[in-house]
Design a protein around this ligand. Structure first.
Ligand code: FES
Length: 163
């Protein structure tokens, strides 16, 4: 049975026990901050402000330093994100093969624009410039899984896998 995760954007004080667990797991280790932040991000899908304050207090790492690390790495988000990250490549190779139409279809299906998260925190949509697999374009990546040679007509069936 899989562990039920809290809804993104709804970190409550009871969830802060998970932050303590992450801190305790790595406390005292050199370079502890990034793994702690990774664990928190995996739990909440972003880095809630309350969690970062708790990390700062528990590790004596200044909050400003924590924010600077959190904003430096693109993998971390300070804004609530959906459980599934949908990335649409708009690099040149994908663009000329129809990626803008794929993006439009995904935006229609999810009823959000790029950079936004659905109101149920299920999906966040982003665009990227190249995923390094141009021959498969247009390419869409969801939670690290790549879908190649996508067209607008395939969008429904791909997103349905995550419903
Ligand atoms: S341009 Fe899309 S993968 Fe390279």
């Amino acid at each position: 049975m899989s562990e039920k995760k809290p809804r993104a954007g709804q970190a409550k004080s009871k969830d802060m026990a998970d932050v303590s667990a992450a801190v305790n797991k790595y406390k005292g280790e050199l370079g502890q901050l990034i793994p702690i932040l990774q664990d928190i991000q995996a739990k909440f899908y972003y880095l809630p402000k309350e969690a970062l304050i708790q990390v700062s207090e528990a590790t004596d790492i200044p909050l400003s330093r924590i924010y600077s690390v959190a904003t430096f790495f693109k993998a971390f988000s300070l804004e609530p994100r959906g459980r599934h990250m949908v990335s649409v490549c708009l690099g040149t190779a994908c663009h000329v093969r129809g990626a803008p139409k794929v993006l439009e279809q995904i935006e229609r299906n999810l009823k959000i624009s790029r950079g936004e998260t659905t109101s149920d925190f299920k999906f966040t949509l982003e665009t990227v410039n190249c995923m390094g697999c141009c021959a498969l374009g247009p390419v869409v990546r969801i939670d690290g899984k790549y879908f190649g040679e996508i067209n607008a007509g395939k969008v429904d069936s791909i997103l349905n896998k995550y419903e």
